[in-house]
Every structure is written in C-alpha cells, then in structure tokens.
Design a protein around this ligand. Structure first.
Ligand code: 5GP
Length: 185
C-alpha cells in the first residue's frame, strides 16, 4: 500500500500492526530487565519519538517517570559536537536508571551526545531504546540495548517521524519517494 500525501508518494515500510507488535515485545523485554528495581526514568527525545514513547511506556508495568529532551543539529546532517540542546529534562537523574527513547539512530551522534551527558550527571545506568536503526549510516558507536527494526538508508516518515514537520501522524512508517528531477530538502 502507498499513500499520496501533499504531493509526496510514501511507500509503506512497516505497517501499524507490525509496529504495535514490536513495541509490545520491546516493552516486555524492558519490564523483565528492570523488574525488582526502584523503577526507571524514561526520557523521550522530541519530537520524533513521541508516538513510540507513549505506546512503549504505557505498556510497562515497572514504576516509570517520564521526561523529555529535545535536540537539533546545525545544517542538514548530524556530526561530532554539533548536537544542540533545545529542551533539557526537568528531573534530576543522579543515581537513577535512565531509559533513553529515540525514534531513529542514523549517524549516532544525537544519542552518543545525550548518553555522555546523562552519565556525566551521575545516572546509575543509561540504556538506549531506538525504534529504528539505520545501521549502515553509523559514524559513532552507540550501544542500542533495545532496538525495534534495522532499516536501510532511505528517508522515512510516519509514527512520529517528519519531513519538514509533516507526516508525523501517519500510522505506518513509510519511505518518501521523491520525484526524479525535483529539488527537495
Ligand atoms: P543521528 O544523530 O543519529 O545522525 O540522527 C538522529 C536524528 O536524525 C533522528 O532523531 C531524526 O530526527 C533524524 N533522522 C535520521 N534519519 C531520519 C529519517 O529517515 N527520517 C526522519 N524523519 N528523521 C531522520
């Protein structure tokens, strides 16, 4: 199935039912790993992770507090030292078990930067959960403890992910098929 939205053709890559099933599996795995502890601080990376974050955290049965972090990078790509903090978390994470929840890991710089910052602030543990892993695009090593799906290098939208702030609310994840010869991005 493919959608034509606001002139972009979007080819479904992962449909809503498949996403739902995988999110349930990830939540079960996280529940098992944190069982018996004093709970975790789940930190969602805005805005792309919002749908994944809410679906995931509402399936957890271990005690959870939620917070959000927002980054942006200079220019079009992400690279070393160029990840800016747009919104920091409200809570203290000193001595806490933190689960960082991200939509997609591409070069790895965004998660690497937040991971190092949270460790510096004295979190007891920081684990990473990412719905999508663009493994081939990795520039810096990040240990993804909970990974939803490995995908290729194509630009994807939906289930929180945008193209120029559009398509976040699509229920499936899809690849934007840009027209040949048309200038985009
Ligand atoms: P990294 O720092 O790993 O290079 O970049 C991660 C960020 O880049 C993600 O949080 C996301 O905002 C953005 N990104 C990378 N690949 C895609 C993609 O295919 N689609 C969308 N919408 N955003 C992407």
């Amino acid at each position: 199935m493919s959608h034509v939205k606001d002139s972009h053709k979007i080819r479904t890559l992962i449909d809503a039912a498949t996403l739902d099933k995988r999110v349930t599996e990830l939540a079960a795995q996280i529940d098992r790993d944190y069982a018996g502890g004093d709970g975790l601080v789940a930190v969602g990376v805005l805005k792309g992770a919002i749908y994944f974050f809410t679906d995931l955290t509402r399936r957890l049965t271990v005690p959870v507090t939620v917070d959000f972090f927002q980054t942006s990078s200079y220019g079009s790509g992400t690279s070393a030292g160029e990840v800016r903090i747009k919104r920091d978390i409200d809570m203290s994470i000193r001595g806490r078990d933190v689960l960082l929840v991200e939509d997609i890991v591409d070069t790895g710089w965004t998660l690497r930067t937040i991971l190092d910052l949270f460790r510096f602030r004295g979190a007891r543990t920081v684990r990473l959960c990412a719905l999508l892993d663009k493994h081939e695009a990795r520039e810096v090593d990040v240990p993804i403890d909970y990974s939803g799906f490995r995908i290729g290098r194509d630009f994807v939208v939906g289930y929180g992910l945008d193209y120029d702030e559009r398509y976040r609310n699509l229920p499936d994840i899809g690849v934007v098929e840009f027209d040949e010869g048309r200038q985009e991005a």
